[in-house]
Design a protein around this ligand. Structure first.
Ligand code: CU
Length: 175
């Protein structure tokens, strides 16, 4: 199991235990002869301090257990293995190179030449896999690993003018 998995198991166990203790306490408070213990002010303040420390320790443990599974933290966020330049204009996409390798981390560098477009990437079965808006004057980056070889489709997903529906092209993904 991953460290995140263990943190989740630990959290569920802790929450279940706290819940069980609360249920037991509430149940006992309904019994005859139950007395609520009233602590002194100093005692309560000290207890508040302990709880503060416990909460901070808990948060630090949670951070330590999960931070390494946060995307972009680990070394796989290094340089992409292939780069594709994509330019959108009314009403066509230019993809360079038009043929890429499957199973390799790919960075799409996207530009719009005139108006706003949206880059929609469809796998060979026609399922939308990635989508990102492309605005004029801004370089948009999208990282993806295309595992399935075949003919992928790129469609514009933001209405950009009369012939928006024609703004479609293909991307060959080789095995
Ligand atoms: Cu469009």
């Amino acid at each position: 199991m991953t460290s995140t998995g263990w943190v989740i198991v630990g959290l569920y166990t802790a929450v279940s235990l706290i819940g069980a203790v609360l249920v037991l306490y509430v149940f006992r408070s309904t019994r005859v002869g139950f007395k609520i213990k009233v602590a002194s002010r100093e005692k309560l303040e000290r207890r508040e301090g302990y709880w503060g420390v416990a909460v901070v320790c808990f948060m630090v443990a949670l951070l330590a257990g999960t931070i390494f599974s946060v995307p972009y933290w680990t070394s796989d966020a290094a340089e992409p293995e292939q780069t594709v330049d994509v330019t959108g204009r009314q009403y066509a996409w230019t993809i360079d190179p038009p043929r890429i390798e499957s199973g390799v981390e790919t960075e799409f560098v996207l530009h719009a030449e005139d108006v706003s477009h949206a880059f929609g990437l469809y796998d060979p079965s026609g399922k939308l896999i990635k989508q990102v808006n492309v605005l004029p004057g801004i370089t948009q980056l999208l990282t993806a690993t295309l595992d399935e070889p075949g003919t992928w489709r790129v469609r514009c997903l933001e209405y950009c003018g009369l012939d928006h529906h024609l703004m479609e092209t293909t991307l060959e993904v080789t095995p």
